[in-house]
Design a protein around this ligand. Sequence first.
Ligand code: SIN
Ligand code: FE2
Length: 219
Amino acid sequence: MTGDLFDDACAPTPWVQVIGDDAVILRHFAIEWVGELLEGIANIEALSPFRRQQTPGGFWMSVSMSNCGSFGWISDRKGYRYAAVDPVTGNLWPAMPALFYQVAAAAAEQAGFKGFMPDACLINRYEIGTKMSLHQDKDEQDMSQPIVSVSLGLPAVFMFGGERRQDPVQRFPLLQGDVVVWGGRSRLNFHGVMPLKADLNEPNAQVGVRYNLTFRKAC
Ligand code: SIN
Ligand code: FE2
């Protein structure tokens, strides 16, 4: 009992940070499911390993990626797209664990997007020094559906701009358990992640990497 009380008293309080029109960071939203989400990633990785992908322009992305769900986001010299089959294994992508789906749907609802039914979850793995350049998520068919992005492991700095590449960019630290949801008027906003920093005093330093789950309604 004492233990329970102690745990509750120490659990970080969830709160909502507005970062744009129809865009929020749900601070600590996924904190209680971190262990299970990391286990889910390990199971997915065993079936569809992390790999670096090439951009249509021939550059190699620094972040490694895998996917789960009915569709996975892939990139190669032929372009960016969603595919039902993992091109590395030749098999369907691993199924999306029920918990992943539930966390994403609950976060979307909390952010004002009721009825979000993701069919794709891109899993990004950031090693120290890797980054994601500013880009728009625009390979999905239905732009009325939001993007839900869950941070795990090491902290990162998220960049959130506007609809035009040259619009001003805000920077927000993202910690393990934080969930960013953007849709509606911000659905096509440019966003990215600054190069991941090493911090040995960081409580999640033992994880050694940052994972990001981005849930989409792709098709
Ligand atoms: C993404 O834009 O796909 C990833 C964002 C993040 O890693 O927080
Ligand atoms: Fe993105």
